[in-house]
Design a protein around this ligand. Structure first.
Ligand code: DOR
Ligand code: ZN
Length: 349
């Protein structure tokens, strides 16, 4: 008999873009509906590069948390070549800063201030390894000669592998992995190296993006790959291996910036992320593995307590609205106007 309701420990989102300003009203409410905590990405304009900026950004997020919710935004700093070890120390001492995000310069949205010369950030990485502050990596090379579908694999071979050898103690999360190469690499490493997996990379492949017409709302980075890679991600997520955990990379952009001749990368999934993951685990016959992936392994990796609250999922379909308001415009969510087969109820204490 198939399950029709499922209660699990409340999950956390270990990779999230909330944006800033008016947009927070929508994005924070959506994430706080289901998730207890989230690691908030720092790629604002300008980026969040200091602990002081992270704390003030956190205040703006907290002011948008709906009444009654105990949602806890965990902050990150944006790794620049100017980040010094004193600031890393301050980040380590600030309870609500949980990691530092490495964007190769030019790899993705608002990554212009990222790292161009890796050697320049060695002192910061050394300090991070010493204090145990995780490095969160956007793992794609930026060399325009490298095919966009190969950029993650080449990053692993030419940058990540040497980096792990130079800093063997550094805690690393390879974010939003998209390839079998990444699954294999992370699986081979020690306990200090883990990966997040998004709902869109589990549910979609490059045919969904390109076959029969270009779908700009499925354009994200790293780009969707072929189905053998999607398959490897599904197997990793549903395997019960604690190196792989939930991180939505929900990344909203307004309709105008997606539906244009040169559109932004990012898929918005925060409105229904847990329900989308649940579809994947159900299709695999692995609903018993959902709680580890969604609620335990990330907290364990970050040395944070597991949540005490529970959330209930019911096999009750609902239709996603065609859009949500987003600042002065709107955002098209994943599954817009379509049905999702599970509904999550708000967390109960
Ligand atoms: O698709 C993406 N969107 N990938 C990223 O790495 C950044 C993100 C964003 O901020 O829009
Ligand atoms: Zn991201």
């Amino acid at each position: 008999m198939s399950l029709t309701t499922l209660s699990i420990t409340q999950p956390d989102d270990w990779h999230l873009h909330l944006r800033d300003g008016e947009a927070l009203k929508t994005t924070v409410a959506h994430s706080a509906r289901v998730f207890a905590r989230a690691i908030v990405m720092p790629n604002l304009k300008p980026p969040v590069t200091t602990v002081a900026q992270a704390l003030s950004y956190r205040q703006r997020i907290v002011s948008c948390i709906p009444k009654g919710s105990t949602f806890d935004p965990l902050m990150t700093l944006y790794l620049t070549e100017q980040l010094n070890s004193q600031e890393v120390q301050r980040a380590h001492e600030a309870d609500c800063v949980q990691g530092i995000k490495f964007y190769p310069a030019g790899a993705t949205t608002n990554s212009e201030s990222g790292v161009a010369e890796l050697e320049c950030v060695y002192p910061a990485l050394e300090k991070m390894a010493e204090v145990g502050l995780p490095l969160l990596i956007h793992g794609e090379v930026t060399d325009t000669e490298i095919d966009i579908f190969d950029r993650e694999r080449v990053f692993i071979e030419t940058i990540l592998e040497p980096l792990t050898q130079k800093f063997p103690k550094l805690k690393i999360v390879l974010e939003h992995i998209t390839t079998k190469d990444a699954v294999d690499f992370v699986s081979r490493q020690g306990k200090n190296i883990a990966a997040t997996i998004t709902p869109h990379h589990l549910l979609l492949n490059r045919n969904d993006l390109l076959a029969g017409g270009v779908r700009p709302h499925f354009y994200c980075l790293p780009i969707l790959k072929r189905n053998i890679h999607q398959r490897a991600l599904i197997e990793a997520a549903t395997s019960g291996n604690s190196k792989f955990f939930l991180g939505t990379d929900s990344a909203p952009h307004s309709i105008e910036t997606k539906e244009t001749s040169c559109g932004c990368a990012g898929i918005y999934s925060a409105h229904a992320a847990l329900e989308l993951y649940t579809e994947v685990f159900e299709a695999e016959g692995a609903l018993d593995k959902l709680e580890g992936f969604a609620s335990f392994f990330g907290a364990d990796f970050y040395n944070l307590p597991r949540n005490q609250t529970q959330i209930t999922l019911s096999k009750t379909p609902f239709t996603v609205p065609k859009e949500y308001s987003f600042g002065s415009g709107s955002v098209i969510p994943m599954r817009a106007n379509e049905s999702i087969s599970w509904s999550a109820y708000e967390a109960t204490k």
